[in-house]
Design a protein around this ligand. Sequence first.
Ligand code: PEP
Ligand code: CO
Length: 444
Amino acid sequence: MSDWHPASWQEKLAKQQAKYPSIQALDEILDQLSQLPPLVTSWEVDALKSQLAEASRGNAFLLQGGDCAESFSDCTSPVITNKLKILLQMSLMMIHGLNKPVIRVGRIAGQYAKPRSADTETLDNITLPSYRGDLINGPAFTTESRTPDPVRLLRGYGRAAMTLNFIRALSESGFADLHHPENWDLDFVSHSPLSNEYHKAVKDLSNSLRFMETLGSAKNSELNRVRFNTSHEGLHLHYEQALTREVPNRSGYYNLSTHLPWIGLRTAEIDGAHIEYFRGIKNPVGVKVGADMPTEWIQALVERLNPDNEAGKLVFIHRFGAEKIAEGLPKLIDAVRQTGKCVLWVCDPMHGNTETTENGYKTRRFDNILSELEQTFDIHHREGSILGGVHFELTGDDVTECIGGARGLDEAGLKRAYKTQVDPRLNYEQALEMAMAIVRKTAG
Ligand code: PEP
Ligand code: CO
């Protein structure tokens, strides 16, 4: 790694970066950011890597989920708690049904930067820079809002810190105690078509916890306190670099803005700046992979991002779409197998299944998401590889962004509570239903 340092990416082409009006103003902010304390610790990062290694062996399962794009205005108590609640509920269903530990990773506390397919947006003959996430600019279609402002980097760091502080405080104080799932009841649970199934799982799990504790085999803090990890797309490389640190008594550099940063599909070129930055950090690293990526590219990603073949280091988050996965996934698995190296396989059934309705709503169909997920389980099983986790865009709130699910949300219903800034998310009920479907699939 002698040719790597936290800024070596700057010698490569960095796609999807903001164009700031003043480089001097940016540098001043980055200087401040690089002095601020880290958001996570190297111990936590290494602990997550060990857990992901277990998931790659089939002994644990990763549940990664949250907003497509967090917004600064959503840094509120109800939004954060509802997101935690739904992730806890889903994980509870999965612990119960899969009979293995579930590793919870939120797309949370830093998911503020978005890749866009176009650099600019034109409305009524006015062309402005595209909205790239609250870390960079604002969504309102005005010159002022769309001009990248480096002060947003500090605000993003601040929002991430506040979010994480609240998550940590809740977890420490017993909110996430598996003995008290009533803490995480969302309002809907009592009047949902899924309520019976959920409450039965809660009851079963409480009984088995009590049983294990009676035997003395499970009286440990793991049951009282549930660990949450954070993740975001490591898109804004100046921000990531400013939070990349060396720590005492451990070698190498850690990205201490989050536990699990990932590389988006649009910035995964082998010779690009993102791969350069990511290849040097100690964190476990996710990469979004999908259709139309040639074998050589896939293999080069494995070699570049996991040269030492460390278990739990490299997470391949595949996102094909329900139509393409049957053809694409076996080739992907084969390409990785040829390298002889280890990856953790995770299915993102959201990003290959996005469509736009006649009324202009960007949406996803519950059935397509489920179909991709079910095909994934079958394909990995057939190929003798292990699906170690799932990756969802979801919220703990009652939004109407994806079509389908137990309540049969239809196209006309989308407008009732369509709130996302970027991609459509599963609402709480659809998310819980997805967790139940995963359990059903693995049991069947
Ligand atoms: C995302 O996860 O929100 C995203 C942009 O995904 P992808 O890089 O897979 O398109
Ligand atoms: Co998205």
